[in-house]
Design a binder for this molecule. Structure first.
Ligand SMILES: [Cu+2]
Length: 431
């Protein structure tokens, strides 16, 4: 009874805290993209990135030949290692750990603001590497290598496709190695090896097979994110804070009641009960809640894999999740990777920070996030609030990138000057 009162207060707190955001929502602000996005295609030396769903068969074939060759040759290994190295790159607001259930480790704020520019630089390096890989393959096979200049990283328009691009299903390049991270579960290819050793990647991808991340963002969700006025708010909605679906609040509460009854000893359930009874506070509390949420999601996924699942338990987990409309970044990773249908402890390759670059979905997903940002930048002058060294990005070192002509250091100014970038998109988001 008393808890009901507290929960009511929490809802009011949430409503107050997010009033501005919800107001923006109800006013239905859309972006008015400028009309010049297509002009770039005419410029020499600038590649145009297209939706993976709209590629010609020649473009798909070219991309696949480059990609499978690069994975098999181990060219992505150093990309894996750099993506995994958060000390050097400081490129995520939160690190997704390899544990089961998933846990997040919150990084400093500047690392979060570096996510988009760092990945923009990373994409440029990969695009260049793939061209060099294709040239090498073409030369080996006696094919004209000049086609490599036409290769681009496509974007995955998840909001409109609501699926993986048709040709990406079943395109699971084999090969590559990665560094063993702490916490790998039994069943994963790196399990049993010492942390820091290398292991051969076993590709996994089960789109939609994570029961609590089984939907993708809708175009309207992205529209609300593109309507954010500042970079900090735009980034936050893309990567950090889920929207609350307040209409599902009673449903989430009753789900939590069921979980409390069925799992009386669960610390995760208790954490969620506590969070739901008081206003949220601080980033540490945020991580604890997120991890508790991930844990009950895993409990639901384990239950769903049983021969005779307790559907009441499973539905209760779904009820709690119904309160959240998750950020596109985490949602795309977890949806695309999914969970092994035979073992809820093993996730798809694109969810493991240490091995995800061998899945082309990783690059298509980040091209899409980059396109969101690119679209937003067309109508907003605000830049990521970064100072000093934080404005510099060197995803691959000069020696790592030397063989393909990369390993550049990019400044924030380089990365945000659209006219000077070596690529453009065929369309802004929503065009
Ligand atoms: Cu990502």
């Amino acid at each position: 009874m008393r808890r009901e009162v507290h929960r009511g207060a929490f809802v009011r707190g949430v409503i107050a805290a997010s009033a501005a955001a919800w107001l923006g929502l109800s006013l239905g602000c859309g972006v008015e993209p400028s009309a010049d996005a297509g002009d770039a295609s005419a410029e020499a030396g600038r590649i145009v990135r297209k939706s993976a769903s709209a590629m010609t068969s020649a473009e798909i074939d070219r991309f696949k030949r480059a990609y499978e060759y690069a994975v098999a040759e181990g060219f992505f290994d150093v990309f894996n290692d750099e993506h995994y190295d958060h000390h050097r790159n400081r490129h995520h607001g939160a690190d997704l750990q390899a544990t089961s259930p998933i846990t997040v480790k919150v990084m400093d704020e500047a690392s979060g603001y570096r996510l988009l520019p760092w990945h923009r630089a990373f994409l440029l390096e990969a695009e260049q590497m793939l061209r060099a890989a294709l040239r090498q393959r073409d030369e080996e096979e006696g094919v004209d290598p000049s086609e490599a200049d036409l290769l681009f990283l496509p974007y995955w328009d998840a909001a409109h496709d609501q699926d993986l691009p048709h040709w990406v299903h079943g395109f699971e390049p084999k090969g590559g190695t990665a560094i063993v991270p702490p916490g790998l579960p039994e069943g994963h290819a790196g399990y049993g090896k010492a942390v820091g050793e290398r292991y051969g990647i076993v590709f996994g991808r089960w789109p939609g097979q994570n029961q609590v991340f089984d939907t993708l963002q809708a175009p309207e969700d992205v529209g609300r994110i593109l309507a954010k006025a500042t970079f900090a708010d735009f980034y936050d909605a893309l990567d950090v804070t889920p929207e609350l679906r307040l209409e599902n609040y009673p449903r989430a509460l009753s789900g939590l009641d069921v979980l409390e009854m069925k799992l009386p000893d669960s610390a995760a359930v208790q954490t969620l009960v506590d969070t739901f009874s008081q206003p949220p506070s601080g980033s540490q509390g945020g991580a604890e809640t997120t991890n508790a949420l991930f844990e009950i999601g895993w409990i639901g996924a384990v239950e769903a894999r049983k021969a005779a699942p307790d559907m009441e338990l499973f539905d209760a987990v779904k009820d709690v999740y119904s309160l959240f409309n998750f950020m596109p970044h985490v949602r795309m990773h977890l949806w695309a990777g999914g969970l092994d249908p035979a073992n809820a402890d093993v996730r798809g390759t694109v969810t493991y920070f240490n091995e995800l670059t061998v899945d082309p979905v990783f690059w298509m997903l980040h091209s899409e996030l980059d396109r969101y940002w690119y679209t937003w930048e067309k109508t907003h002058a605000d830049k990521p609030p970064l100072e000093g060294d934080d404005r510099s990005f060197n995803p691959l070192t000069a020696s790592e990138g030397a063989w393909y002509g990369g390993g550049e250091t990019y400044t924030l100014d380089d990365l945000t000057a659209h006219d000077a970038l070596p690529y453009a998109y065929d369309a802004l988001f929503g065009e």
